[in-house]
Design a protein around this ligand. Sequence first.
Ligand SMILES: [Zn+2]
Length: 278
Amino acid sequence: MKKVTVLLALMLCGVAHAQDKVQVSSLELAKHLYMIKGAGGNIAAVVGPEGALVVDSQYEHMAPQIKAELESKQAGVQIKTLVNTHFHGDHVNGNAALASGAQIIAHTNVLTRLKADAKFPVAGLPTETFVGEKPLRLNGVDLHLVTMPVSHTDGDLVVWFKEANVLHMGDLFFADRFPFIDLKSGGSVAGYISNVKLLLSQIDDKTRLVPGHGDLMDKAGLQRFLTMMEQTLSEVNALKAQGKTEDQIVAQGLSAQWKSWSWNFITEERWIRTLFQA
Ligand SMILES: [Zn+2]
């Protein structure tokens, strides 16, 4: 019995320890506007005397640390509005823990997908959905939510902070790494590339970009990301045109210049298999 208790305690310590390793940090982008990094998708937050508006919620276990980070900017602050950029767990699993009772806004398809997941807490479901554009304002910061045609999933939106010249791209941008394109949830390689091109045409050299994953980026970083996608797609298409199968292309690999874009979640193999479906 004692052995079991000790083992259990060790296991619990392991879990707590793994979670403790992630430190939440924030970067001030403009007055009342912050980028918050932790575990999961990057957060943008508008925090001030009128309350907080948060874009994406990471994981349930991150909620206390995220709340503490918000309170370090404004004592006792309450989250009034939570926006979800899309339905993936690393962006929405903290919804209920972070923003139960608050307004939760997302693309209409996000609610459809989360409702279909019996394990997703009802308190974390979007309370307001839309397709198109939605302006919001809090603490003197203007935001503009814009849903995007199918790309990462079939329910993506981006958040413009026009005056601050900041754009939160959700998972339409993975900084300097191969992106995940969720083809099983309505995503599309062609749609992803075309949305990145569109957003690139709408920003300038001073725009700061909050990617879904990775560090704060600029226009040059997004251009680099687009170039990688276009060139790796044409490499795969050229091999396909030579009659090579998906597995043969995986075995051959992409050209060496793209090695550094591979990471534990989207390896070169997974990226090639995604491109092969395009
Ligand atoms: Zn995602």
